[in-house]
Design a protein around this ligand. Sequence first.
Ligand SMILES: *Cc1c(COP(=O)(O)O)cnc(C)c1O
Length: 254
Amino acid sequence: MRIAKRVENLPPYLFVGISRKIAEKKARGEDLVSFAIGDPDMPTPKHILDSLCQAARDPANHRYPESDGLPQLRQAISTWYQHRFGLTFNPNKEVVPLIGSKEGIGHVALCFIDPGDIALVTDPGYPVYSVGTMFAGGDCYFLPLTEDNDFLPHLDQVPADIANRAKLLWINYPNNPTAAVADEAFFKKVVAFAKRHDIAVCHDAPYTEVAFDGYRPLSFLQTPGAQDVGMEFHSLSKSYNMTGWRIGMAVVNA
Ligand SMILES: *Cc1c(COP(=O)(O)O)cnc(C)c1O
């Protein structure tokens, strides 16, 4: 049986390989600290569990939500963005609930990438940015994240022909795996770069609520002009220890 080329050409999914290596070492009795997939090891907070138990017993929740997502959830996402970042998104047009943000991150390339188009993808980075690009038939141009630039991509080093062919730019701050954070000055550079080359920016932001010593990470969409070029993916997985029952969202200018 022949499987599709897009599957044949796919590199092995990084986390599967890492998990396999960890399992082998554990089977040999080695004591390991895992730097594999980021998965909070604390329980989901009690108020969420209580709500879930109550909601699970309501037959209204035993049916499909509306295709564009439960209106109450879209409203709750919009309200959260307003409280947390002071940003207003229309819950009926600018908020998309996701089955974990990965659902959107993996599929968004289908909206922007035609075969042969380029996505600019930070390296190291969450593997779904590049796999989603490949599934859409696109090519990745990797932007190294290095200490000399505080683990921010050097946008001014992207060759002009690549920047002009690029349709998407992936960024992720606070960053996994480097833990680097981005300030407004960097986000302003991203907006200018995206406008100059007509590129859509996807900011993957599941760690804005995981910060220390009073530091409050920004939403990319707070940057002036960012809503002309960008969208943001967010998730309850890391903020609320809910990786076992994922809920994510995307917010974007309609
Ligand atoms: C965990 C993680 C995600 C995906 O989160 P889900 O909402 O559970 O799909 C996306 N991006 C990064 C960088 C992550 O670490």
